[in-house]
Write a protein that binds this ligand. Structure first.
Ligand code: ATP
Length: 679
């Protein structure tokens, strides 16, 4: 990890202790990272810079990390980036005195708005030297741009971008930028380039959030060791720090809370100071797909496990603190109403759903036993037929409005099916076994039919009995079963992990590939015949989080009704872009190109017969190492539904597609560890 030692000279000469971190210094690091693909080197650059921040200006550690991970705030704050191309082009044009036409022509040629901005800035004569940008200043500016709303917000967003750009250097004369043609070569510590890429939502540095987290842990351990006057820490110590930060972050995914606590108390005291807390949603534990009950029995052989119904609704995490709870919680949390009293519902990607489900929040107190003072509940909200007293299909739930729902206007009633509890009466319980958590869950709540129910389950390892449970679950309008490890420490709750300790058995996919895929719409083809006014087929991709690219995986034209095609057309048409983004990976053969390209925004669930290799698509191509560059593609894909609850980078990962393909081919019976899913 420590291959990149400081040369002895201060690499960032413009930056004195206590002064705000210069943005140019961060951009220098970005450009060094951009010029390599080696994971260890990337991580070392990152950690070296964070060490410098810790040494000189520790109060800027949080904004520095936020700029590195391309996020303005934790997910639950609901601050959206991904400003549209046309708005950015306008702002670049206006701030650099170039016409929109020229900017568009440049974008067509270069294909990266960051570079277009850098080029536009470098052609612009500088009349006076602007005040240098600082990391905290840039973060504030970006936050301002992302959060303006209401009348005239477009104009104010453009004004905000112009303000940042006019203070930005085109090419910072730092390391890594010598002799670089800013529009062609990698590197070039251009502030303008990185500001624009941040606004687009992709820095394109190959700097995954997980890498930043690890680098942060290492920087902290090294910094603390140096402060004590010791030499470099051992690799065990680095690994220990890394494990602490990963665990703490998975339970409390908020750098806003963790970083100040870490700077104040030290990384090795973080576990005591930062624990799961109501108000900060965590990424849920996810399951691995299976194709048969016998596969489940092989995996869980000799272990106790439980088979729960797999309800088909929306994942929900309910956070609650009673007014009279003896525990206090920080009122600074965006969802906290105050030091006491909190009830909020979050989606699987930490979006605040409280305004979508006012009915649940209103009834919540009636399901709680008097001794229950605080909890975090993992559950599924499912549409409920009040007359027939049964579960309704997922499509019914989707007809509910997402925001500002008035309790009196609700026509689709929901029932909450609770299957796990992560926090109870002031204590994180994720490390307890599932059996213990389930016992506490049953102690904490009372069932009310049609409002709040515990997930139906059977604790059996008998093949026949599991088959019966599966059949019954399907009769009860469920998708199948979730099979979970029940005892021992393997059954702890693993936030943000797609774990092998939870297996899903979906009725529809038995003996197929095991699961449907959630894919991002990158392009479309105009329809033929009756369908010429809408798109008739689409180009879909999975997401490769390792290098932050969207890898194409199929064309799809089946499973759409005429009405859906019209609806999709009206949604998608405002998100077209002139060229594929540089982080789209697709065949470059002319006949394989779609008629239009889109911003990566919409996620759809798709079913497939099986997977095959094709030169046209790129899913998993690098991982498979096929010399002809073939990727994995779906055969006979079929549209199932839109997945509004998933963001583009939460689509099925290319690593998952590779796993599915290899399983199908019997290429590898990988029994690797659980993988992080939602980083
Ligand atoms: P994935 O990312 O795993 O593909 P998904 O949202 O597409 O997730 P599925 O793969 O269908 O969903 O299965 C996992 C989901 O099933 C959970 O996220 C949860 O919403 C739902 N679910 C329903 N019943 C249960 C249960 N008893 N235990 C856990 N999850 C359940």
């Amino acid at each position: 990890q420590l291959t990149l030692k400081s040369s002895g000279k201060d690499p960032y000469p413009d930056w004195k202790p206590g002064e705000p971190v210069p943005y140019a210094a961060l951009c220098t690091t970005f450009s060094l990272i951009e010029m390599t693909t080696k994971r260890l080197v990337i991580s070392s650059h990152c950690s070296l810079f964070l060490r410098q921040v810790l040494r000189l200006t520790p109060q800027d550690l949080l904004p520095t990390v936020q700029l590195m991970i391309n996020k303005l705030a934790a997910d639950y704050a609901g601050i959206e980036l991904g400003i549209g191309e046309s708005l950015i082009m306008k702002a670049i044009g206006e701030s650099t005195g170039r016409s929109l036409q020229i900017i568009k022509a440049d974008q067509n040629e270069i294909g990266d708005l960051g570079l277009v901005a850098a080029k536009s800035r470098s052609n612009q004569p500088t009349m006076f030297k602007p005040k240098p940008l600082t990391v905290r200043g840039v973060l504030d500016g970006l936050m301002g741009i992302a959060t303006v709303s209401g009348d005239g917000s477009q104009g104010r967003k453009i004004a905000g971008i112009k303000k940042l750009l006019s203070a930005a250097d085109a090419v910072h004369a730092g390391k890594g930028s010598k002799g670089i043609d800013i529009t062609k070569d990698k590197g070039g510590a251009s502030e303008a380039k990185f500001i624009i890429r941040f606004l687009e939502g992709k820095l394109r540095l190959g700097l995954a959030e997980k890498t930043v987290l690890v680098a942060l842990a290492h920087a902290m351990v090294i910094h603390e060791t140096e402060k004590k006057g010791n030499k470099l820490p051992s690799s065990e110590k680095l690994a220990e720090g890394e494990a602490v930060l990963k665990t703490v972050y998975s339970e409390l995914p908020s750098y806003e809370v963790i970083i100040p606590a870490m700077v104040q108390h030290g990384i090795f005291n973080l576990r005591e100071n930062c624990k799961l807390q109501p108000g900060v949603p965590l990424k849920p534990m996810l399951a691995k797909p299976t194709k048969s009950i016998t596969e489940v029995l092989d995996r869980f052989e000799g272990k106790n496990f439980t088979c729960e119904y797999k309800y088909d609704g929306e994942r929900a995490q309910i956070h609650y603190v009673a007014e009279d709870s003896p525990q206090q919680y920080p009122s600074s949390l965006p969802t906290g109403k105050g030091a006491k009293g909190l009830s909020a519902i979050f989606s699987r990607n930490s979006e605040d759903l409280s305004k979508k489900y006012p009915d649940i929040l209103a009834k919540l107190p009636t399901w709680i036993k008097p001794e229950t003072k605080s909890f975090v509940l993992d559950c599924e909200t499912v549409a409920w037929d009040l007359v027939e007293k049964k579960v309704l299909p997922f499509q019914q739930l989707m007809t509910r409005k997402r925001k500002d729902v008035k309790a009196d206007d609700i026509t689709v009633k929901v029932c909450v099916f609770a299957f796990d509890m992560l926090f109870y009466n002031g204590e994180s319980i994720v490390q307890k076994s599932l059996r213990e958590r389930r016992d506490l869950l049953h102690e904490a709540f009372s069932e009310i039919e049609g409002e709040f129910t515990f997930a139906q389950h059977g604790d059996t390892s008998d093949l026949e009995e599991i088959q019966t449970l599966l059949d019954e679950s399907v009769k009860a309008s469920c998708e199948g079963l979730m099979v979970k490890m029940l005892d021992t420490n393997e059954s702890g709750y693993e936030p943000s992990k797609r774990s092998r300790n939870w297996l899903k058995v979906k009725k529809d996919y038995l003996s197929g590939i095991g699961d449907s895929l959630d894919l991002v719409v990158l392009g479309a083809y105009y329809g033929r015949g009756k369908r010429t006014s809408v798109y008739g087929a689409f180009l879909l991709a999975c997401y490769n989080s390792a290098n932050e690219t969207y890898e194409t995986v199929c064309n799809i034209g089946t499973g759409f009704s005429e009405a859906i095609l019209e609806e999709l057309h009206s949604k998608l048409k405002d998100h077209t872009i002139e060229k594929p983004k540089p982080f789209y990976s697709h065949s470059n053969v002319p006949k394989d190109q779609p008629d239009v390209w889109f911003e990566p925004r919409f996620v759809w669930e798709v079913k497939t017969a099986d997977l095959t290799l094709s030169p046209r698509y790129k899913a998993g191509a690098a991982a498979l190492g096929d010399s002809s560059g073939k990727g994995i593609s779906l055969r006979f894909p079929r549209f199932i539904k839109e997945r509004d609850d998933k963001k583009a980078d939460e689509a099925t990962g290319s690593r998952q597609v590779v796993e599915m393909y290899q399983k199908q081919e019997g290429v590898s019976k990988s029994k690797g560890p659980s993988v992080d899913d939602d980083f």
